[in-house]
Each structure stands twice: as C-alpha cells, then as structure tokens.
Design a binder for this molecule. Structure first.
Ligand code: NAI
Length: 247
C-alpha cells in the first residue's frame, strides 16, 4: 500500500494505538498529522517519524473542544494541503462507580470519546476534496460486552458505531467512506510482562498489539478497498467469540 501524497490526521497519536497508526501511515508514505492534548509526547512522536525522513507534524489539540479541532484542520491543511484520511482514535477510559459518577464525569468521557468524532468528522468533510476520503473511528468491544462500572465508556463506544453508519450514509455522495474498528485487548506497553493466561483468553492465542489496529486502518484506507463502508470490524483475536464455560 502506498499513501504517498496523502495526508492522514490521527487523533490521540502521541502514544499507544494512535502512535502506532501514525508511524505505520508515515512508513507507507503518508503525510501524518499527530493531534493530541499531550505536548511532550506529541513532539516526541513527530521527531521519531521525521528521523526516518518521513513527513509529520504535531498539532496540540483538545478533541472535545470545537475551536481546537477547527485550528487542527486549518493548520494541517496549511501544512500539507488537502486532507484524505481521518482516524478518530483519541479517547479516555475512565471506569467510575455507577452510583457515584457525576454528570460532569459522564460528560467528560462522552465529549472526549464521542462528541469528538462528530466534531472532527464535520470539519474533515470541508477539507476532503472531490475524490473523497476515509474516516476510521476507533470504538471498542466494550460497545458489545461489559464489566461493572463502565457505563460512560461503553455508551461512548456504542455511540461511535451508530455514528459511523450514520456518517457513512450522509457522506456517501461525497465519496467519503466511514468505518469503525472495535479493538479488544490491545497491550500498548510492557507486552513482555503479559502472562500465558492473558494470551490464552484469545482464540488467536495472543493479546493484541497497537500494530494490529494500525494494519487494519491501512487496509480500510487502501484506495482499492472502496466496497467497505458503514462497517464495524471487531479486532479482538476472537475473544468476544469465546464461550466462557469453555476451557
Ligand atoms: P492511550 O491512553 O495510550 O492513548 C490515548 C491518547 O489520546 C493519548 O495520547 C492521550 O493524550 C490522547 N487524548 C486523550 N484525551 C485527549 C483529548 N481531549 N484531546 C486529544 N487527545 C487526547 O490509549 P490507547 O490504549 O492507545 O487507546 C486509543 C483508542 O483505542 C481509545 O479510543 C481507546 O478507547 C481505544 N481502545 C483501546 C483498547 C486497548 O486495549 N488499548 C481497546 C479498545 C479500544
């Protein structure tokens, strides 16, 4: 896959899954925009990509703030021209006791994880030109299954899946294809510290890595893959298909 000349904005790309997505797009030729609230790590990621003689820019962004998102797109377009790919990856996973959770805490999770997808996608449409574009939204298998006290996070991720097919419908005339990915357990740090039992919970016999999500993003943005839209891909090594009374 060659993304030379294309520009990809990845939110939450200073660390974790987003960073892996940014690096993989850059490795495949794309101009990469790292949008994150964390300044130090954001600039580090920019430097890491530039050391490989690839194009990247960090733009400090708070994805729950509309003015900040407008600024992100303006700066990105000024730097690289048109925008071709948006990956809405930024998110927070705050699990709070249901009966103690305040409405402010609920709003913080919903605004960061879900409202951000609405705001960024709306902005992206204005910068994606006639040949269209791709939007990938990072949801979670927690949209489909739960542990206790995960209400706000689960609601935000379920909302992303619904928003994805709504956007795909609305933006179809613009040739903008919109899909979501629902990762399961993706270990972003200290992969070597995982235990055998962690891996065995998966039909794949291993826990996921950020690069697994990145490869899926590239697949969905491959210009040849223009028959996939409004879809959600569960990327969990088969964990949500495993019956719990099995060995
Ligand atoms: P992470 O915490 O390592 O990275 C999230 C990034 O988002 C950070 O760089 C953070 O600074 C940034 N961020 C947070 N709030 C922001 C804001 N208001 N504006 C801009 N940037 C902001 O998390 P991770 O694990 O890499 O997760 C990335 C995405 O994948 C999230 O949406 C998460 O919900 C989702 N996900 C992760 C899974 C996992 O097992 N790691 C599983 C399923 C979904």
């Amino acid at each position: 896959m060659d993304f030379t000349g294309k520009t990809a904005i990845i939110t939450g790309a200073a660390s974790g899954i987003g960073k892996a997505i940014a690096i993989m797009f850059a490795d495949h030729g794309a101009n990469v925009v790292i949008a994150d609230i964390e300044e130090e790590k954001g600039f580090e990621t920019e430097e890491e990509i530039k050391r490989k003689k690839k194009n990247a820019i960090f733009i400090k962004t708070d994805v729950k703030n509309e003015a900040s998102i407008k600024q992100l797109f303006q700066t990105a377009a000024k730097t690289f021209g048109q925008i071709d790919i948006l990956v809405n990856n930024a998110g927070i996973s705050k699990f709070l006791p249901f009966m103690e959770m305040t409405s402010e805490q609920w709003d913080e999770v919903i605004d960061t994880n879900l409202k951000s997808v609405f705001l960024s996608s709306k902005e992206a449409v204005q910068y994606m030109k006639e040949d269209g574009g791709r939007i990938i939204n990072i949801s979670s298998t927690r949209a489909f299954m739960s542990e206790p006290n995960t209400e706000a996070y689960s609601a935000s991720k379920g909302g992303i899946i619904a928003l994805t097919h709504a956007l795909a419908r609305t933006l179809s005339p613009n040739r903008i294809f919109v899909n979501s990915i629902s990762p399961g357990w993706i270990q972003t740090e200290n992969y070597d510290s995982l235990k055998e039992i962690d891996h065995k919970q998966h039909l794949s016999n291993r826990v996921g890595k950020p690069e697994d999500v990145a490869r899926c993003c590239l697949f969905l943005c491959d210009p040849k893959n223009d028959f996939i839209t409004a879809e959600n891909i569960i990327l969990d090594g088969g964990m949500t298909r495993k019956m719990i009374y099995e060995e």
